[in-house]
Unconditional design. Structure first.
Length: 693
């Protein structure tokens, strides 16, 4: 939906101020302390009434990053690396968002991730997590030399681990950058002062101290889990699903449905023990949740969509994984965080699993654009749903051994989530408010059946790449979306830029995608990439005095190890990474329509060399490369390249620098040091031409 002129929340705040007789020098706000919500008790106790006086303490920084999740942490790091002072706020007492406070320490990634498809800092994060387990425990002999250690040997990801390890790694990464960082944990942004199309300041509330203060920042990044700053900034946004008439998506609904927001979840962790004495008390509304959410290990993959149909999972097992991050049978191993078989010695950890199963999702109500009391009540019911699922696991799930029902030997581990109820500090949020932007990524832009080549739709303003299925966890309000496989796709810069406000960017799940495509953009590495890109855009905007065009942003991102074009064989530490990414964005670098290979060490053909010249000297900005025959004709006609005495061009022969008649080119190319007489490689072509674009 489009934001109303006076949002519901602000109307309620003004009304409350009038009722309580607050003076003109103060404002009254109602804030939900999400981390404190529990499954029992009056929800009103977790709604804080905050009176903000006219004069409050102030802090200053270049960039305010609201939200310390995956996007927020990545944004803060990149901004700090670029020399800016940063204010980072986070509602919980853990940084890391969906990876830590949201409990999902089983990274939702793609099957290329061990080779490519993440940013350099994202790979550093993964490397540090693995290093922790190598240093903390003794690995089983068969894993001692494995570079792709998966502590949990889980099926959903190639890297599953304990959430608090993710927190510690983030803290370690920030420690080297802390000089210019002001961090405010347990803090919510409750208001924005906007004038002249610019956010002048943000009013913040510290939940743990009951203090109100003001942050004056030159640029603001919204990396909150729910896009909380969008209504405060009064920028147009969407909540829920759009109508087909607006997006043109075949799988959008007929009408707009603000209530149709992907379900959210409170994950928890359980340890497998030998002692059947770990059951929990029956939670409130147990039977209601058990029956309405159809607790089961049976998942149905609709055969009408060409899928397998019903699949009955079992509690335990070690079946080999199959494509698309699936296991044929085992529930416990799906998101196992620690696998006992991976370790040896007296301190080897027990089997520990993260429980984040579709049947425990809470889909009945959305959190978006609700009054604070409703939000607290919805959060409480979502906690009850997860605890009800745990109780079902303890008491009613059919046992694999067919010896009755329930597994009371599964021990809830509150220490894993660092909470007294064992549930994550913050719910795992799949769908946020989303900006209405000039560029919106729709189903047809990424889904495989609409693509003619190996990659999804080309975006000339790409600031990153991603690859994950359109994974829709249904809402409780007429969901029509379905799972679909995409081609590897790009993240357009235009999806991050709001209307009306000049110093605000989306830096998380709140970018300009649809309800359908959000299902592919909401994952850990994508959100991290968005945050890095937002920081670079903001940094350049501060230097220029206005938002930059895509090219300088892309240059900075490529230099920082952020992929702009999807390749399956170009790691971020390749010496020609930036040059290849940038020349690929300019269509100078050879791009195949049938594979995803950069093949940096492969020889360039004469046809590819002709296409490179065409894109440098003859193509209109933003135009796709021509057919090879057309590029060859132009190169020969202008004398840029020659044919032999029979008038043959030999397009498939390897290219040598001497094949170009450089004295006839429209401008002089950067000089080249010829290291050998043999053919030019693709990496060498990129490294020479990157500055000539």
């Amino acid at each position: 939906m489009t934001l109303r002129r006076k949002p519901l929340l602000k109307w309620l705040l003004v009304a409350l101020a009038a009722i309580t007789g607050a003076s003109a020098q103060s404002r009254i706000y109602r804030v939900v302390d999400v981390q404190s919500v529990r499954a029992t008790g009056d929800p009103a106790q977790w709604v804080r009434t905050v009176q903000a006086p006219e004069k409050v303490a102030e802090v200053n920084c270049d960039i305010l990053v609201a939200g310390g999740g995956m996007g927020g942490v990545a944004a803060a790091m990149r901004a700090l690396d670029r020399g800016h002072t940063v204010c980072l706020t986070e509602a919980t007492d853990w940084l890391g968002g969906q990876m830590t406070a949201g409990g999902v320490a089983a990274l939702d990634e793609h099957k290329f991730i061990e080779l490519t498809g993440g940013t350099r800092t994202y790979y550093e994060l993964r490397h540090r997590i693995r290093r922790h387990y190598r240093e903390r425990f003794t690995l089983a002999p068969q894993l001692a030399g494995r570079i792709d250690l998966n502590p949990g040997a889980c099926y959903v990801s190639s890297l599953c681990f304990e959430p608090r390890v993710g927190v510690q790694v983030i803290e370690d990464m920030l420690a080297t950058r802390k000089a210019k960082l002001q961090r405010f944990m347990r803090t919510e942004i409750i208001d924005l002062d906007v004038s002249g199309g610019v956010i002048q300041s943000a009013l913040a509330y510290r939940l743990d101290r009951g203090e109100v203060f003001r942050i004056r920042a030159r640029f603001v990044l919204d990396a909150t889990e729910l896009g909380d700053l969008l209504p405060l900034a009064r920028v147009p946004y969407t909540a829920g699903s759009e109508p087909r008439s607006e997006t043109g998506e075949p799988h959008a609904g007929e009408k707009a449905n603000p209530a149709c927001v992907q379900s959210f979840t409170y994950p928890f962790a359980i340890e497998r023990t030998a002692t059947p004495a770990h059951g929990i008390a029956k939670p409130p509304e147990y039977e209601s949740f058990r029956d309405s959410q159809r607790f089961s290990f049976l998942l149905t993959y609709p055969p009408e969509l060409g899928w397998k149909g019903p699949v009955q999972y079992v509690m335990f097992g070690e079946d080999p994984p199959i494509p698309n991050n699936q296991s044929p049978a085992s529930f416990f191993s799906w998101r196992r965080l620690l696998a006992r078989k991976n370790f040896t010695g007296a301190d080897a950890p027990a089997d520990l699993a993260l429980i984040n199963w579709p049947r425990q999702d809470y889909s009945a109500e959305s959190l978006l654009d609700r009054n604070p009391l409703d939000i607290a009540r919805v959060l409480q019911r979502a906690k009850r749903a997860s605890l009800a699922f745990l109780y079902w696991l303890h008491t009613e799930v059919p046992r694999d051994d067919r010896q009755g029902s329930g597994y009371p030997e599964l021990k809830l581990r509150p220490d894993v989530m660092d909470t007294d109820d064992g549930l994550s500090k913050y719910p795992y949020i799949r769908e946020s408010r989303r900006l209405k932007t000039a560029v919106t990524v729709i189903e047809q832009d990424i889904v495989a059946e609409y693509q003619t080549g190996s990659r999804a739709r080309w975006f000339g303003d790409s600031v990153g790449t991603a690859f994950y299925m359109v994974d829709i966890h249904p809402c409780g309000a007429g969901e029509r979306g379905r799972m679909m496989m995409p081609r590897p796709f790009q993240i357009p810069m235009g999806t991050m830029i709001p209307q009306r406000i000049r110093n605000l960017l989306a830096a998380g799940k709140n970018i300009g995608v649809t309800h359908v495509t959000n299902g592919a953009f909401r994952l850990h590495p994508v959100e991290w990439n968005v945050g890095e890109a937002a920081a670079v855009i903001a940094s350049l905007a501060l230097a220029r005095g206005s938002l930059p065009p895509p090219q300088p942003v892309q240059e900075e991102l490529a230099a920082a190890g952020v992929p702009l074009v999807w390749f399956d064989d170009l790691p971020v530490d390749h010496p020609a990474f930036a040059a290849i990414q940038l020349t690929a964005m300019s269509r100078i670098y050879p791009l195949s329509n049938t594979d995803l290979h950069a093949a940096p060490d492969a020889p360039v053909t004469r046809a590819e060399a002709a296409q490179a010249l065409f894109m440098l000297f003859a193509a209109k900005p933003g135009s796709p490369p021509p057919h090879a025959d057309a590029a060859i004709s132009v190169a020969v006609e202008h004398g840029w390249m020659a044919t032999d005495h029979r008038n043959w061009f030999h397009p498939d022969l390897p290219f040598h620098w001497t094949d170009w008649r450089e004295e006839k080119l429209p401008f002089t190319l950067p000089p080249v040091v010829i290291k050998r007489n043999g053919p030019v490689t693709r990496a060498e072509l990129a490294q020479r031409l990157v500055k000539a674009r």
